[in-house]
Design a protein around this ligand. Structure first.
Ligand code: ADP
Ligand code: MG
Length: 309
């Protein structure tokens, strides 16, 4: 598979803060790729360097095989970017905003008008196409922001936390739009701290912490390589652990967060039967669930994604 983004040993410092620390990343073309990490991990800074608005202190970045520091315009013409903050003009309607962006990309009629209509339909903006942006809900504004970034039919679409703060229905709708774009051949690079989003949407994820990539693979490969597919969670203070688990084959991996332990195994049936035998009154509530990327993140960094860096 061709590589569309190549980030090599890139670092970026803001004063005393090392935001990105020797980060290396290869993004294959045609997939949905997620940068996954808590607030402050360096995701936005990495994206900004990839589309050429922030310069790395050291390292190199190639997009479409082009060195972004040498020829940012050639790269940007083929990119679409949606930032965490919406960039649309508040006094104008979605349709008018799309016209302004279309002019910026030097599109001409009839392609120009056709593209605007296509994007209004694609992002379900028709009912609010002529309403000033300042009157639109957050969900509509985000959809408009994505429509704007698609105006030039980008080969690579960069989305910084596309669904943060949106309600579940809007998130679902956006996920399906992102899948359609990928199916049409675009590469999508997004950041998120939502596990479900990364797991459902991304073909590959890079787990970012402290400005570094800790691991990169498909979500299911990460789970298998780092933990195991099934998880059992229960409350069990450290002093009770030895008694509860004596006589059972220990699970391949375990994590402790305070008095809670999470056990990971290929098949948790034996483990559950054992715990039930030791605990005949069923006092301990067991949660049995598939292992997810949050578990992997915890195992790799010792920190929770929601809790921040
Ligand atoms: N322009 C800036 N000036 C100073 N510090 C910054 C700037 N941009 C980012 N940082 C710092 O760099 C770190 C990484 O930030 P960021 O890339 O925004 O992380 P993320 O997007 O993963 O939340 C944070 O500690 C942040 O405060
Ligand atoms: Mg960010």
């Amino acid at each position: 598979m061709a590589v569309i983004v190549e980030v090599q040993s890139v670092s970026k410092r803001f004063g005393s803060r090392l935001a990105v620390d020797g980060l290396t990343l290869e993004i294959p073309s045609g997939i949905c790729f997620g940068l996954l990490g808590p607030n402050g991990a360096g995701k936005t800074t990495t994206l900004r360097m990839i589309y050429g608005v922030t310069r790395p202190d050291t390292g190199t970045i190639r997009v479409f095989g082009i060195d972004i520091s040498r020829n940012p315009r050639a790269v940007r013409a083929r990119l679409g970017v949606t930032l965490q903050q919406n960039v649309s003009i508040e006094a104008l309607s979605p349709k008018e905003n799309l016209r302004v962006f279309g002019r910026y990309h030097l599109l001409r009629d009839p392609e120009f008008s056709r593209r605007i209509e296509e994007l209004i339909d694609f992002l379900d903006l028709r009912s609010h196409a002529n309403v000033p942006v300042r009157h639109l809900s957050g969900g509509f504004q985000r959809r408009l922001a994505i429509a704007l970034s698609l105006m030039n039919r980008p080969e690579l679409l960069i989305l910084d936390e596309p669904t943060t703060g949106l309600d579940p229905a809007v998130r679902l709708a956006l996920w399906s739009r992102i899948r359609e774009l990928r199916a049409a051949g675009a590469t999508v690079l997004l950041t998120t701290h939502y596990m479900d989003e990364a797991q459902r949407l991304c073909d590959q994820v890079a787990i970012v912490s402290g400005g570094k990539v800790i691991d990169q693979a498909s979500p299911s490969d990460l789970i298998v390589a780092r933990l195991a597919p099934e998880a059992v969670e229960l409350d069990c203070p450290p002093e009770e652990e030895a008694a509860l688990f004596s006589g059972v084959r220990p699970p391949s991996h375990r994590l402790r967060v305070g008095k809670r332990i999470i056990l990971y195994a290929d098949d948790t049936t034996h483990l559950i039967e054992h715990i039930r035998r030791r605990d005949p009154g069923d006092r301990r509530e067991l949660v049995v669930r598939p292992t997810n990327l949050e578990d992997v993140f915890l195992a790799l960094t010792g920190a929770s994604l929601e809790g921040g860096a």
